[in-house]
Design a protein around this ligand. Structure first.
Ligand SMILES: NC(=O)c1ccc[n+]([C@@H]2O[C@H](COP(=O)([O-])OP(=O)(O)OC[C@H]3O[C@@H](n4cnc5c(N)ncnc54)[C@H](OP(=O)(O)O)[C@@H]3O)[C@@H](O)[C@H]2O)c1
Length: 272
């Protein structure tokens, strides 16, 4: 990545800041080259503390600014009303939207024929362990694709999708996924307390179990099913627990229903 490129980051809440942290803290992108537009004073101060150039409103951006990328990280419901403030960058910058559900056609309606990439990152991007599903429109040229790919790859593994509608599917898996895992840790902790562990010990065991198992699944040559078998002694403790998890409605059915609900919500946000 050319270190002199400038980036506009619109919205610096949970995910916008996770990206900023990843870009500045891990990818070495000069923080001052990232212009953050964020109306909330506390969040602007947080972004300024990592070195970003902060603004309360798009009108404060320098007139001469020619960003290579404009990252849209506001809530989906806000996208339509804020876009016109960035129209002047249309046709030049690559627009990257991380807003769940909002289709490329919504951006094209305001920005016209310009490079628009829908990207769905997730929170572990803040520590460089994100996963990002992305789709680019037909106005994105090879240089813009490569530039945005590098930007996204700086905070996680990038998967380019063949169809825009798959971004909504990815949102339900990897965008929301960290919350499923955080909830799993909460549940495992509660269950640990129920069998007599202190809350502190149960939380430590639950977090380190998820972290270790995820690392093993990611690095071992065995499939998740094979790894599960390796943990499950015949007629042992794990088998007893898995009998509960696979009884109707099992975890598999619950996950299918949960992901379907998230996917439906992404489709709803497209028309909200
Ligand atoms: N959180 C995640 O894990 C995650 C993952 C992938 C994608 N996303 C997507 O990322 C987007 C942001 O999610 P989030 O969780 O980061 O939400 P968030 O914490 O609410 O952050 C959005 C920020 O944008 C600000 N904002 C509102 N209007 C603005 C404007 N016109 N210009 C600049 N900033 C403005 C908001 O301020 P106010 O609160 O004062 O309005 C808020 O601080 C969403 O579209 C979401 O679908 C989130």
């Amino acid at each position: 990545m050319d270190q002199s490129d400038e980036i506009v980051l619109v919205g610096c809440g949970n995910m916008g800041f996770a990206l900023l942290e990843g870009w500045v803290g891990r990818a070495g992108i000069p923080a001052g080259r990232i212009h953050v537009i964020e109306p909330a004073q506390a969040l602007r101060s947080r972004a300024a503390a990592v070195g970003a150039t902060v603004h309360a409103d798009a009108a404060e951006l320098p007139q001469a600014l020619r960003p290579r990328a404009v990252i849209i990280a506001v809530k989906p419901q806000v996208v339509r009303s804020m876009l016109c403030a960035y129209r002047r960058f249309g046709g030049k910058a690559a627009f990257v939207s991380i807003a769940a559900g909002v289709p490329i056609s919504t951006f094209e309606a305001t920005l016209g024929e310009t490079a628009i990439i829908r990207a769905m990152p997730n929170m572990p991007a803040s520590i460089g362990l994100g996963v990002i599903a992305a789709f680019a429109n037909a106005h994105t040229d090879d240089g813009q694709m490569a530039y945005v790919n590098n930007l996204l790859a700086a905070v996680g593994a990038v998967h380019w999708l063949a169809e825009e509608k798959l971004v909504d599917a990815a949102t339900a898996i990897s965008g929301s996924g960290p919350a499923y895992l955080f909830h799993f840790i909460e549940c495992l902790t509660e269950a640990g307390v129920a069998v007599g562990l202190s809350a502190e010990t149960a939380l430590a065991l639950a977090k380190q179990t998820v972290e270790g198992a995820a690392a093993l699944a990611g690095t071992s040559g065995f499939s998740p099913a094979e790894l599960r078998h390796q943990v499950t002694s015949p007629n042992g403790t794990t088998a007893a627990a898995l009998q509960v998890l696979t009884a109707e409605p099992g975890l598999s059915e619950l996950m299918t229903r949960a992901v379907a609900a998230a996917h439906r919500r992404a489709l709803d946000l497209a028309v909200a």
